[in-house]
Design a binder for this molecule. Structure first.
Ligand code: PGA
Length: 248
């Protein structure tokens, strides 16, 4: 049986209180498509207000720390994020891997910390343009996945997002064949890493997904949803992606 589609908006460093109305509008679109799991990961400063304003709509964090508490200035623990109202966190986004030098081991520890706190985790993996050009994309992503893979993984709380770094925010999207090949490779790797139950782990595609290409991308085998940046900031842009997911 096919997995329910899962469409997550990653707002990155965008959004002030004035944009809470956009989240409410997006939540309303999501409520009108009950066969789709949809959510938004706003900046942490909006998590509490967004989750209170739209109960039942899945608000997530964009990152969390792996430690439960302590001397980590500026960081947020999973318990803090959960208390604010998040039910899951993205971990290992390529922007954090690059800007904050997050390692696969960090990402694994963050995913495990999220699970320990009762949160879901979306682990991001993806190759750079140089790696794809060198024909190494599948190897790179599978190694990243193995090394970032949390102990005790299960589909109840774990999601994988394949996001080619060169497709993020660029308007460039891999061919449907390349997406199919990568998602199949990730599916095979998941079976190797966790055995039974791996088919139910959702694998999202991310990188320049929008209302115009979502239906085609979501139709690719093993694409169980999308992680969407730029096109998730308003209901006008994000709504059509949720609608496209509702058609499956
Ligand atoms: P994009 O970002 O949709 O703006 O390409 C996706 C992401 O980084 O999650």
């Amino acid at each position: 049986m096919a997995n329910r589609k899962y469409i997550v908006g990653n707002w990155k460093m965008n959004g002030l209180q004035a944009q809470l109305s956009d989240i409410a509008e997006i939540a309303a679109v999501a409520a009108a498509h009950p066969t789709v799991d949809a959510g938004i990961c706003p900046p942490v400063t909006l998590i509490a207000a967004a989750s209170q304003a739209s109960p039942g709509f899945a608000i997530g964090a964009q990152d969390c720390h792996f430690a439960a508490k302590g001397a980590h200035t500026g960081c947020l623990s999973t318990a803090m994020i959960k208390e604010a109202g998040a039910t899951y966190s993205i971990v290992g986004h390529s922007e954090r891997r690059a800007d904050q030098q997050e390692s696969d081991a960090d990402v694994k520890a963050k995913a495990e910390a999220a699970h320990e706190a009762g949160l879901g985790a979306i682990i991001c993996v993806g190759e750079t343009e140089e790696e794809r050009d060198a024909g190494e994309a599948i190897d790179v992503v599978c190694v990243q996945l193995s090394r970032s893979f949390p102990d005790g993984a299960s589909a109840d709380w774990l999601t994988i997002a394949y996001e080619p770094v060169w497709a993020i925010g660029t308007g460039r999207v891999p061919s449907v064949d390349d997406v199919a090949e990568m998602h199949a490779a990730i599916r095979t790797k998941l079976a190797e890493l966790m055995g039974q139950g791996s088919d139910a782990v959702r694998i999202l595609y991310g990188g320049s997904m929008n209302g115009g290409n979502a239906a085609e991308l979501l139709a690719v085998p093993n694409v169980d949803g999308g992680l969407v940046g730029g096109a998730s900031l308003t209901a006008e842009k994000f709504g059509p992606i949720i609608e496209a997911a509702g058609a499956f």
